[in-house]
Design a protein around this ligand. Structure first.
Ligand code: NAP
Length: 263
């Protein structure tokens, strides 16, 4: 894809911008990835679930950074909605060159012996099945096996997959463990088809996700447990994602990259 850009530069035309879909791009890490991607030459399709105002603010920042922005509301846990979302993307931009599977949720701190079945099903539906659905649709468009020209997928996992999150959300940690294995398996399926698949595993990052789990101060409260003694920022996570999406990571696939302040 770099060479295509170079060719169009030589012919005098503006270099083509690559097209990225970021799920859960309204706020937090997804919003940081979207804006940073726009700054680095991507057009960005922004998926989100409910908060249209937040997604519109992120879209405005993407446009300010020079990228095209496309709002694609859809619940990633709803496979039919994901299929429709990719059809909208096809119609607007004719496909995509990158996917960041970022949409994710936590739940209230509970022990496993307190969980309802509905809680665990929701956790896996959004954090795991949603990533499978989005990756399937992206692969059908990007893989050379399907006539595509290649691309990159970055899954957002969590260091929770190593730590287990006992007494907080073991269901979340287990879902992120599935994302680790999904990354490794999918990367090997696609290794000769022009699509790299990697995972960024953030540690505690200062976003609104902690408030949604009933602990708005969690990122700052847990700082003493982090070797660097502070939570990460969404931009610090986005830097790793953007590297994995870029041609600078051309030989990196199946990697699980921890961005955790040493945790
Ligand atoms: P956040 O601030 O809570 O933002 C979550 C985003 O995901 C929002 O834009 C939300 O959309 C969207 N979303 C939620 N459910 C969705 C669904 N079913 N379909 C589509 N979009 C949905 O979260 P964050 O902290 O940035 O987390 C982003 C990712 O990083 C997650 O996968 C999370 O597990 C992972 N992570 C975070 C941390 C951390 O400490 N923050 C650490 C490790 C890993 P609406 O606003 O419209 O609801």
């Amino acid at each position: 894809m770099e060479s295509a850009n170079t060719q169009s530069s030589l012919s005098g035309a503006a270099p083509a911008r690559r097209r990225l879909l970021v799920t859960g791009a309204g706020r937090g890490i997804g919003a940081a990835v979207a804006v940073m991607a726009a700054e680095r030459g991507w057009d960005v399709a922004l998926n989100y679930a409910r908060d249209t105002a937040a997604a519109e603010r992120t879209a405005a920042r993407v446009r300010q950074a020079g990228g095209r922005a496309l709002l694609l509301p859809a619940d990633v846990a709803d496979d039919t909605a994901v299929v429709a979302m990719f059809a909208s993307l096809d119609q607007a931009w004719g496909g995509l060159d990158g996917l960041v599977n970022n949409a994710g949720v936590v739940d209230m701190a509970q022990r496993v012996d307190e969980y309802s079945a509905a809680r665990v099903q929701r956790m896996f539906a959004i954090n795991v099945f949603g990533s499978f659905s989005c990756a399937r649709e992206a692969v059908r468009r990007m893989s050379t096996r399907h006539g595509g020209t290649g691309g990159a997928i970055v899954n957002i996992g969590s260091v929770a997959s190593k730590l287990g999150s006992a007494g907080q959300y073991v269901d979340y940690a287990a879902a992120k463990g599935a994302i680790d294995v999904f990354t490794i398996g999918l990367s090997r399926e696609l290794a000769t088809e022009g699509v790299r698949v990697n995972c960024v595993r953030p540690g505690i990052t200062d976003t609104e996700i902690h408030a949604s789990g009933g602990q708005p101060e969690r990122a700052r409260q847990l700082a003493p447990m982090i070797p660097m003694q502070r939570p990460g920022t969404a931009d610090e996570i986005a830097e790793a994602v953007l590297w994995l999406l870029s041609d600078a990571a051309a030989y990196t696939t199946g990697a699980l990259l921890d961005v955790t302040g040493g945790r």
